[in-house]
Design a protein around this ligand. Structure first.
Ligand SMILES: Cc1cc2nc3c(=O)[nH]c(=O)nc-3n(C[C@H](O)[C@H](O)[C@H](O)COP(=O)(O)O)c2cc1C
Ligand SMILES: Nc1ncnc2c1ncn2[C@@H]1O[C@H](COP(=O)(O)OP(=O)(O)OP(=O)(O)O)[C@@H](O)[C@H]1O
Length: 174
């Protein structure tokens, strides 16, 4: 797997999964696996586009579950061809949604995998409806834990703060 830090990657075809993916938990794994499977069917490279630090850490200072090296190595295990790590800073956060769409266009995606609540661009102004105007989007169905709650990085942080390591490890798929 090739990792590109803020690199400008140009591809003639790809399938992309986008997200902060902090923890690379079972929900994230479903999003990424969906992209990898589609990329194999279409015989194009799979790309994960992620951020360092996770935007929620940048804006709210929440605990980071997987430092960037660990996140990249967990993503590699899912069979991804390229990881783009965008440095999430003050400048990056002000980029309008159209700017991000323009960057994604350089990867010529045949499909993009995201969850239904995916947002992007300054003030989270871009959503799945906007992305769908430019690309073919495949929304990953929500992944729930055994208790019926949606798996999320926020929930895992909460479980860790409560000392419930067994459940947090389970949701992380460890
Ligand atoms: C170009 C760009 C600008 C962003 N600017 C903001 C922002 O101003 N405020 C914010 O809360 N999140 C911002 N984000 C982060 C997104 O809200 C979101 O966290 C990110 O796209 C990852 O999606 P996910 O949280 O579903 O994993 C930005 C994302 C991108 C790609
Ligand atoms: N349980 C889940 N099932 C399916 N998709 C998910 C799940 N959790 C996150 N996703 C999707 O994975 C991508 C990355 O999500 P993100 O990194 O924001 O995770 P999160 O767990 O929701 O994080 P946080 O709790 O910090 O908001 C997004 O497209 C999101 O919709």
């Amino acid at each position: 797997m090739q990792t590109l830090k803020d690199g400008v990657l140009t591809l003639s075809g790809s399938v992309i999964a986008i997200g902060a993916f902090d923890g690379v938990h079972k929900g994230h794994q479903a999003v990424i696996k969906q992209a990898v499977e589609k990329s194999r069917v279409d015989q194009v490279p799979s790309v994960v586009y992620t951020f360092d630090p996770p935007p929620r850490n940048f804006f709210k200072g929440v605990q980071v579950l997987t430092p960037i090296q660990e996140k990249v190595s967990r993503i590699a295990k899912l069979g991804v061809d390229y990881v783009i790590v965008a440095s999430f800073d003050e400048w990056y956060a002000t980029r309008p949604p159209e700017d991000f769409i323009c960057e994604l266009s350089k990867l010529n995606p045949v499909e993009i995998s995201v969850g239904s609540d995916f947002h992007f661009g300054k003030n989270r102004a871009g959503d799945v409806n906007l992305l769908e105007k430019y690309f073919h989007i495949n929304i990953t169905p929500p992944v729930y834990c055994n208790g019926g709650k949606l798996i999320s990085s926020t929930r895992i942080r909460q479980l860790i703060s409560e000392g419930d390591f067994q459940q947090s490890y389970s949701l992380l798929g460890l």
